[in-house]
Design a protein around this ligand. Sequence first.
Ligand code: URA
Length: 204
Amino acid sequence: MGNWDSFKDVYNEALNCKKCPLHSGRKNVVFGTGSEKADIMFIGEAPGYNEDIQGEPFVGAAGKLLNKLLNSVELKREQVYIANIIKCRPPKNRDPLTEEIDICKDYLYAQIDFINPQVICTLGNFATKLILKKNVGITSVRGKLFKVGGRLVLPIYHPAAALYTPSYLPSLEKDFITMKKVIEKEIKIHIEDEMESKEQLGLF
Ligand code: URA
């Protein structure tokens, strides 16, 4: 955890952050959006063009699909919290670099701590690897529940991947149903793997 006393402090620091070179190309820091009391938190990768302009995560094509998936399980964006692992747009939407993730991740961990969601849904490979602290591919873990430092984590496909590869869509829809059932405690939870290492507990 960082040294912040409140969510607002984390926000203010992130908004003025110049810890990595991405700050120089950004129009806006994309901190996150939604309810600070959310039961579900979604973690994406990095802001894209539209997100950088609007200062809000998932407002482009992938965001429209995310909204649709949320609505399919009777949830609205305002009820969940949506953030990315890095808060500034990489040039030409390239993948985040390891150094950028390392520098930026404390903001995300603090967001998780203050929001204290029941379930964290990691969207795609980058967020899944970071949160599970495991070098796993999304295809092998999606739809399975993990516990990290006492928190439930459900990796799912990134909506942008489902736009690119429409055959992913049925799995994504299914995983949203799983997520809804988990928060409504409608299913007996099977934990695929429980990670309680000191390192992980220290982070969350
Ligand atoms: N993709 C992401 O991972 N995050 C966004 O905010 C938008 C697209």
